[in-house]
Design a protein around this ligand. Structure first.
Ligand SMILES: Nc1nc2c(ncn2[C@@H]2O[C@H](COP(=O)(O)OP(=O)(O)O)[C@@H](O)[C@H]2O)c(=O)[nH]1
Ligand SMILES: [Mg+2]
Length: 323
């Protein structure tokens, strides 16, 4: 705890700008803890951001998201690009030296000064995980990372805000990800920009490929048709092809000014998502702390007060807004 004292707002911002690993690690820890210093540092750095390209990697647990990111990092390092990774996957966190419970050694990456990998906890943020991810991305952006991978577990809905800030979204599936196919079909899960069907060594990979193809064929209107790539993350097979498709999507966005337009929309969406999350927490606390508001809920329960009248009174009292 005493170590916290050695960074000031200025020295931390400067350290991040210089890409100093200690400063980066500290800044992201502060972000994770919703520390006011993180807020100030990101505020100082914000005008310098917008240069990093953010690649979101989402999909159900266990499909190989972390493994694929590790393989992609290896691939883009061969092209000498600096990389940041933010993983908000509590089930398979990146740890020093290895992917937890995994054969893949990440030691090379951890020793590489141009790579910064960080698993983020899911502790209580006022603005939810979207807030922490956004702030961490901005820190890595300001540190000059050209590419930032954002890993999130995607099962359909809650993660939308986390991945919402990514420029290109890669959905990772594996043979047997039938629920995701259903979610895509039903429109619960958004169509991503690129789909990787990982564990192509599995005998059912081709079946999965056909299923994904048939879901995508329902949607012919898009200007960008999401490419599907079969991959094997552990051996790194077809990882260059996957990266090629990410780059192709980036080129597509950059060709028509679509990237700027999408970023404007994404940033507005993030601000809205974080504000909504904070408003919800505020509301919950207000109700918990105010016997009068709790009494309203009791009255709804005992049918003395109708639900919408209770909503109106709560909105008026907590947010000072009528109707
Ligand atoms: N057979 C096979 N196993 C894989 C492949 N990719 C990842 N795995 C394994 O699948 C497990 C889950 O991988 P992980 O990257 O942690 O998945 P995540 O939860 O999506 O991040 C690990 O044991 C990996 O070694 C692959 O392409 N083929
Ligand atoms: Mg993972």
């Amino acid at each position: 705890m005493a170590a916290r004292r050695d960074f000031t707002r200025e020295s931390l911002a400067d350290g991040v700008r210089a890409g100093d690993r200690r400063a980066l690690a500290r800044a992201i820890t502060l972000v994770e803890n919703s520390d006011p210093l993180a807020y100030e540092v990101v505020r100082d750095l914000y005008p310098e951001t917008g240069r990093a390209y953010a690649v979101g990697v989402t999909g159900p647990p266990g499909v190989g998201k972390s493994s694929l990111i590790s393989a992609l990092v290896r691939h883009v390092r061969e092209q000498d690009r600096s990389v940041g990774v933010i993983s908000v996957d509590p089930s398979s966190p990146f740890t020093q030296g290895a992917l937890l419970g995994d054969r893949i050694r990440l030691a090379d990456h951890f020793l590489d000064p141009e790579v910064f990998i960080r698993s983020m906890g899911t502790r209580g943020h006022l603005g939810g995980l979207a807030e922490a991810t956004l702030q961490a991305l901005l820190v890595l952006d300001a540190a000059g990372k050209e590419l930032v991978f954002l890993e999130t577990v995607g099962t359909g809905q809650g993660e939308v805000e986390v991945i919402g800030i990514a420029d290109t979204v890669v959905l990772v599936l594996m043979p047997g990800s039938g629920d995701s196919i259903q979610a895509l079909k039903a429109g619960i899960m958004e169509i991503p920009d690129v789909i990787a069907i990982n564990k192509m060594d599995h005998p059912a990979a081709k079946t999965m490929l056909n299923e994904v193809r048939s879901v995508l064929s329902l949607d012919k209107e898009r200007a960008w048709r999401p490419p599907i790539v079969l991959t094997e993350a552990v051996r790194g097979e077809h990882v260059p092809e996957l990266w090629e498709q990410v780059e192709a999507h980036r080129a597509f966005l950059e060709s028509d000014g679509l990237l700027e337009e999408q970023r404007r929309k994404n940033l507005a969406g993030e601000v809205f998502a974080v504000a909504s999350a904070r408003a919800k927490v505020h509301l919950e606390h207000a109700v918990a702390d105010d016997p009068e508001l709790r009494r309203l809920l009791d009255e709804v329960q005992s049918r003395k007060l109708d639900p919408l009248t209770a909503v109106r009174e709560i909105m008026e009292k907590v947010f000072k807004v009528g109707d």
